[in-house]
Design a protein around this ligand. Structure first.
Ligand SMILES: NC(=O)c1ccc[n+]([C@@H]2O[C@H](COP(=O)([O-])OP(=O)(O)OC[C@H]3O[C@@H](n4cnc5c(N)ncnc54)[C@H](O)[C@@H]3O)[C@@H](O)[C@H]2O)c1
Length: 383
């Protein structure tokens, strides 16, 4: 084996999947197609045995277990938690208590205290917690990260992030949970935008917000869903770096609010002392990277920036793969629990600030995760 092969020898881990619903095939297909040498899918579990059995058949997962059995199975080293948001905290905690690493869909938990309990348990058990979204590892968002780190737009001074949609009932087969506790656009979509902002600009120290519920009921086919959470949520973010950002997440918007046809209503822009950067949609990863720089006080033309990394179409599962590399290398993974816990506090603070009518100073912070080095083979995170 030559040096190069040794350097890139791929790690390997046994994974048990909990939650075999709508998003699970995206993960499992991507793992099967691209990462089957890194991730062995050994067991799956769902409250619906029928779903678990179907998933096991479709993806050749040898064991269908109930959750307690999966926790006791010594073969399972890591739990991939794809359950609904309200179940995240208990599944994550129980998995850690059973001595398994955890990679969770977002958000890490719903209650703030649960997020911190998960982090504390992982530290005291010497286990790793990773948490979606992993879209920050995508070629587009990592290219933006590199542009910022290279100082091409100078010092970032502000950012805007906007996700507007009219809800999920037009495409999701079980949309109810999006309108109940733990749902709403900030807890559902906020993690994508906020973890992107934290990766690009670093942690946040103070939050201000407003939130509202514009439509008390939603119609999904022949079902009426009573909306129990705010569906239009706007936050102001003071970053530790001194930059100021704002974020809008909405299930109440039919069309773009700004005349930004070049983007969509799904936008992030970063404004620096020497230029402006438009960032791809952190949920679906589409969209161009555009850069406006200054020459003295003269604006240059907007230019389109090429990707600094090979294009990857479907990223989901990449955060899990990067975490497996991190476990092997005994370092913190990039889409880690601390970032997710910080994002959880930001999301709560936006709502709380609105409720009590004042700024919220945050208790949590996190390290800005390292950017991904360029030139690595696909799916390899050997830094
Ligand atoms: N659907 C998407 O496009 C999408 C995209 C990105 C992220 N997500 C996230 O993925 C997670 C799952 O979403 P989904 O759309 O697949 O939901 P879903 O309702 O389609 O599936 C969730 C599955 O988890 C199972 N489950 C719930 N609690 C469980 C428990 N305690 N033990 C075992 N199984 C349990 C349910 O029975 C269900 O089959 C959510 O956190 C969501 O935010 C979804």
């Amino acid at each position: 084996m030559d040096m190069q092969e040794t350097k890139f020898a791929r790690p390997n881990i046994n994974v048990g999947v909990v939650g075999c619903g709508n998003i699970s095939p995206v993960y499992l297909e991507n793992i099967r197609r691209n990462f089957s040498d890194v991730i062995n899918l050994v067991a799956c579990s769902d409250l619906s045995n029928e779903r678990a059995v179907a998933t096991s058949k479709k993806f050749d997962i040898p064991k269908v277990l109930d959750f307690p059995q999966l926790l006791q199975d010594p073969e399972v080293e890591l739990v991939l938690n794809l359950t609904n948001p309200l179940a995240h905290a208990s599944v994550n905690l129980k998995a850690l208590e059973a001595g398994k690493h955890v990679y969770s869909e977002k958000p890490l938990a719903i209650e703030l205290k649960d997020g911190q309990r998960i982090i504390n348990k992982a530290i005291s058990s010497n286990l790793m917690v990773g948490c979606a979204p992993d879209t920050v590892l995508s070629p587009g968002l990592q290219t933006c990260r590199k542009i910022i780190d290279e100082g091409i737009i100078g010092e970032p001074v502000s950012a805007i992030a906007c996700f507007g949609s009219h809800g999920v009932e037009r495409w999701h087969p079980n949309p109810e949970f999006y309108y109940k506790k733990g749902g709403g656009p900030m807890f559902d979509i906020g993690p994508y935008y906020l973890s992107t902002l934290v990766n690009l600009l670093g942690p946040v120290k103070r939050v201000t917000g407003s939130h509202a519920r514009m439509f008390p009921q939603r119609i999904a086919g022949d079902k009426k869903i009573d909306v129990e959470v705010s569906t239009h949520v706007v936050g102001l973010l003071d970053f530790e770096s001194g930059a100021i950002g704002n974020i809008t997440t909405s299930f109440d918007m039919w069309g773009p609010t700004r005349d930004v046809r070049a983007h969509t209503k799904k936008t992030i822009e970063i404004y620096g002392t020497e230029g402006t950067l438009t960032v791809p949609d952190p949920v679906h990863l589409g969209g161009r990277i555009r850069l406006l720089t200054m020459d003295g006080d003269k604006e240059m033309e907007w230019i389109e920036m090429p990707l600094a990394y090979d294009e990857i179409r479907e990223i989901r599962g990449m955060g899990l793969v990067e975490m497996v590399w991190a476990i092997k290398q005994q370092r913190t993974c990039r889409v880690n629990g601390n970032v997710a816990n910080h994002v959880l506090e930001i999301m709560h603070a936006v709502h709380k600030s609105s409720d009590i009518g004042r700024h919220i100073e945050l208790d949590t912070t996190c390290e800005r995760p390292d950017g991904v080095p360029t030139g690595l083979p696909k799916g390899v995170f050997d830094r």
